[in-house]
Write a protein that binds this ligand. Structure first.
Ligand SMILES: Cc1cc2nc3c(=O)[nH]c(=O)nc-3n(C[C@H](O)[C@H](O)[C@H](O)COP(=O)(O)O)c2cc1C
Length: 203
């Protein structure tokens, strides 16, 4: 056993701080979309579904993403406000799992993010009935064009059903690739007074 091999390499008291460090390293090393994460939701009777979304804010308040509230994920989250997130940064060979309850962001926060996006992204998401059947792609493109004519320049109003959710983490688990497949895992659980406890897990 080499020097350091016997120790966990995941040393931290605050998992959100550690997430911030790993995320910053992913931003430097991933060829694309370091903020891409799988979002798992479930129906009230426990049937899961999963898809990728982009992490837009993270910090002590939680992990925020934006979407269409009438989409499949939006409807599942409105009926069952619990979710799980998964990051896999391939170039770093690292995984982070996050679980907890979700709540909607404020209308002001949704407006601020919606209007921070380029006009063409605003048009594309405002014109989309996300997750509804689309007879032909041209129908979507025509809706985008109609909206562009209605709002010929500048920002497009945010549709009330386009907004975001913030997941407040209760469990965060870090997985790190180690030599000889003797990988390293540390699970953090939120305690009563906002602090965190942690334990290693067998890989
Ligand atoms: C890398 C990546 C990032 C994505 N980011 C988002 C996002 O931030 N918000 C979103 O609504 N959909 C995003 N999508 C599309 C979703 O994966 C999904 O197709 C869509 O939201 C509909 O999902 P649903 O039917 O389960 O609601 C992204 C897809 C990929 C591949």
């Amino acid at each position: 056993m080499g020097m350091g091999e016997a120790e966990s390499a995941i040393m931290a008291d605050d998992p959100l701080e550690l997430f911030g460090q790993w995320f910053a390293e992913a931003v430097r090393s991933e060829p694309n979309d370091p903020e891409a994460m799988a979002l798992a939701t479930a129906t009230p009777d426990g049937r899961p579904s999963v898809r990728m979304v982009l992490l837009k804010e993270h910090g002590p308040d939680g992990f925020t993403f934006y979407t269409n509230l009438h989409s499949r994920k939006g409807e599942e989250l409105c009926a069952n406000a619990h979710a799980a997130l998964l990051f896999h940064w391939k170039s770093l060979r690292r995984q982070v799992r996050v679980e907890g309850p979700v709540s909607p962001v404020s209308a002001a926060q949704a407006d601020a993010y919606f209007h921070s996006r380029p006009r063409r992204s605003q048009l594309g998401s405002a014109a989309s009935d996300q997750s509804r059947p689309l007879a032909a792609r041209v129908d979507y493109l025509e809706r985008v064009e109609a909206l562009a004519r209605q709002y010929p320049e500048g920002d497009v109003p945010r549709p009330p059903h386009w907004s975001g959710f913030r997941l407040r983490p209760e469990r965060i688990e870090f997985w790190l690739d180690r030599a000889n497949r003797l990988h390293d895992r540390r699970l953090f659980l939120r305690g009563g007074e906002g602090g965190w406890s942690s334990t290693l897990l067998y890989p």
